[in-house]
Design a protein around this ligand. Structure first.
Ligand SMILES: [Zn+2]
Length: 296
């Protein structure tokens, strides 16, 4: 297996360079399949501009079937917190440096594909920097068309490819589609690839009318909430559901199957991701909520 898998589709017509990558977190495989599906569908004769696609960005983590690089484990091994990298740093920092050097040089736009906990995850975020970078990011988000969208404030997710690129003037967008590991299917892959083709029509890289996906819900931020109880767990809400503060979002059971209490939404908002069960350890991510949804 090579260090970096790399695909490049150069169109006959002139246009922007769209950089996309998957598996910056090594076990978020859905994005790699989306990139393969998209690249297979592109015809250089009808493409304007260039698509640079790296389906598996963090090869060391991918080979271990885990989120983080095994070389640093959980102590700095998150490639998506290591950008723009360091040429004399740790393995992950050096990887980030080499990747980001190419990204900064070539990319006019960045799309970064992720997954979360379960196969019903469908949300997106763009770097909401002032001026054109944020405006172009919002345009990509609208063309992609997920209803749940976070215009990400510039002070969050430091060291991510998205925020680092936006800081260098490159509009940047993250897709969260499907769940970790095998928790995705062909339907998600095909739908996400078609939404990316719509983004490319929006950017005039492909011909055809841009599909209007309708109104979006924009959040002010998101909240990660950790479980304070362990046991068997069964969620009772799905991604995209609206929750009120204190609402039951799942049930705990003991090892004999007896009901051992409910988990409650700590803040109101829209469910972006929730623990899949069936086994919860205290301290695991319970729920991820989009805050202050506003229809735009
Ligand atoms: Zn991720």
């Amino acid at each position: 297996m090579s260090i970096t898998a790399f695909e490049c589709a150069r169109g006959a017509g002139s246009g922007p360079t769209l950089w996309m990558h998957g598996c910056v977190h090594g076990d978020e495989y859905c994005g790699a399949f989306v990139i393969h599906e998209l690249i297979r569908s592109l015809e250089p004769n009808t493409l304007k501009g260039t698509v640079v696609a790296l389906p598996i960005l963090n090869m060391t983590a991918f080979q271990k079937k885990q989120r983080m690089s095994p070389f640093e484990g959980y102590n700095g091994g998150d490639l998506n917190r290591a950008f723009p990298g360091n040429p004399t740093g740790t393995l992950t920092q050096q990887m980030a440096h080499v990747i980001y050097r190419g990204l900064k040089k070539h990319a006019d736009y960045l799309i970064d594909l992720h997954t979360a906990l379960t196969d019903d995850v469908r949300w997106a975020l763009f770097a909401n920097f002032p001026g054109e970078v944020g405006q172009k990011g919002a345009g990509i988000a609208r063309a992609f068309g997920y209803k749940s969208t976070l215009p990400a404030p510039p002070d969050i997710l430091a060291g991510s490819a998205m925020m680092t690129a936006a800081g260098d003037g490159i509009p940047a967008f993250i897709i969260e589609a499907g769940g970790k590991g095998p928790a995705f299917n062909d339907e998600i892959v095909k739908d996400t690839a078609e939404r990316l083709r719509n983004v490319m029509r929006h950017l005039s890289m492909l011909s055809g009318a841009v599909v209007d996906h309708g109104k979006q819900l924009h959040f002010s931020n998101f909240a990660w909430v950790h479980s304070t109880q362990g046991g068997l767990f069964q969620r009772s809400v799905r991604c995209g559901d609206k929750v009120e503060m204190g609402q039951s979002i799942g049930h705990y059971f003991d090892l004999h199957g007896r009901h051992a209490g409910d988990a409650h939404a700590p803040q109101p908002g829209i469910v972006l991701a929730i623990h899949p069960g069936p086994v919860m350890s205290s301290g695991e991510t319970l729920i991820h909520i989009g805050l202050d949804p506003q229809e735009v």
